[in-house]
Design a protein around this ligand. Structure first.
Ligand SMILES: *Cc1c(COP(=O)(O)O)cnc(C)c1O
Length: 357
């Protein structure tokens, strides 16, 4: 018997979400962000399932190289850029586009004799992470313009608070970006998922959707359904044991949960070794035969326990949904005091991905 724990990846839902991006931003090109193995969904399969995408974005050069070498032909933007000569040469030879976010990367370009490539200057507008500040911008731009190694210069920035509807930070960042780039006719990209949905004025030439493509809402306090998005990943396992408990019996490590009455629990074949957050022990619910059942006790590496008090028809092998269809990952993330991005990225390699078309 193979392990019953799988992540089902619904490629029709992915394409639906891509079409939603096009509805929100009809005049922009779309570069799906497929860093971190497409937020845990499998970068190559996600890229292959979106031939209509105008390009892709990844964080690091090795992610881009893997996609190119597997036959992905669209433009690929390396969001963190490159840091060494060998990386820059590789980027140029594979026709990758690189982000330049600091002076050292301009120096690297100046020192290498490579085929011309497209560079995206990432401007500091408020994130204070990676970006070129307004006082460095003009001299660095002039240096890039002077280089034969640069085929085209584009501008981008990244929003710190686009998921917070009440925040004024996004419009401040947008205005600073406009001030820095002035009346330049260069190609621009600003919007992540949250800005795609809530800030149409930021859409410009290219939008960069990540989380919304995977069917989770990028907005605090909202739901995917409300944004017209469908979950792509459904994390599923099955019941491998059913136990009768007497009052006073405890469950799992630390004996942290005690049965107060006669009842039954079920053991599900998934744990933190698969990426299910350990901190959800005793706090979350699963979906079992269409009904919710609460976790009891701690989450182990390979299993967790659920209370069957409300369900008496349960059998060994019954399927259990941890998140996805019918159980939003955002809800689990909120319970774990994090965001859906982290839960999706953290599904480990032990969990096979099954793709459905
Ligand atoms: C990760 C990332 C995105 C995608 O963000 P989402 O919130 O997932 O849409 C866009 N742009 C940059 C620079 C990123 O690093």
């Amino acid at each position: 018997m193979t392990r019953p724990t799988v992540a089902h990846i619904d490629l029709n839902a992915l394409r639906h979400n891509f079409n939603q991006v096009k509805k929100y931003a009809p005049h922009s090109k779309v570069m799906p962000v497929i860093k971190a193995d497409a937020y845990g969904h499998g970068a190559l399969t996600i890229a292959s399932a979106l031939p209509q995408a105008d390009g892709f974005a990844v964080a690091f050069i090795d992610e881009a190289v893997a996609l190119r070498e597997s036959g992905i032909k669209q433009p690929i933007v390396v969001l963190q850029g490159v840091y060494e000569r060998s990386e820059l040469e590789l980027a140029a030879s594979l026709g990758l586009q690189i982000v330049i976010h600091q002076a050292a990367q301009v120096e690297l370009l100046e020192s290498c004799n490579i085929a011309p490539l497209v560079v995206w200057m990432k401007l500091e507008t408020g994130m204070h992470r990676a970006g070129i500040s307004s006082d460095e911008f003009v001299p660095l731009l002039a240096r890039l313009k002077a280089l034969a190694q640069v085929a085209e210069i584009r501008f981008m920035t990244h929003f710190a608070c686009a998921d917070e509807l009440e925040s004024s930070v996004t419009s401040d960042q947008f205005h600073l970006f406009q001030e820095m780039t002035g009346n330049s006719s260069a190609v621009c990209s600003l919007a992540n998922s949250a800005a795609i949905i809530t800030k149409p004025e930021t859409h410009r030439d290219w939008v960069r959707p990540g989380i919304m493509l995977y069917g989770a809402s990028p907005l605090q306090g909202s739901t995917a359904q409300h944004e017209g998005l469908k979950p792509v990943m459904t994390l599923e396992s099955s019941i491998i044991a059913i136990k009768q408990l007497r009052p006073g019996d405890t469950v799992g490590y630390g004996a942290s949960w005690t049965a107060e009455t006669e009842g039954r629990i079920a053991i599900v074949a998934i744990g933190y070794g698969d990426g299910y957050p350990r901190c959800l022990g005793g706090k979350a619910q699963v979906l079992l035969n269409g009904q919710r059942a609460p976790l009891v006790g701690r989450v182990s590496m390979d299993s967790l326990a659920i209370n069957l008090s409300d369900q008496d028809q349960v059998q060994l092998g019954d399927r259990v949904i941890l998140w996805g269809k019918g159980l939003p990952v955002e809800e689990l993330a909120a319970g774990a005091n994090t965001i859906s991005y982290e839960l999706l990225c953290n599904v480990t390699q032990r969990v096979p991905r099954y793709y459905h078309d």
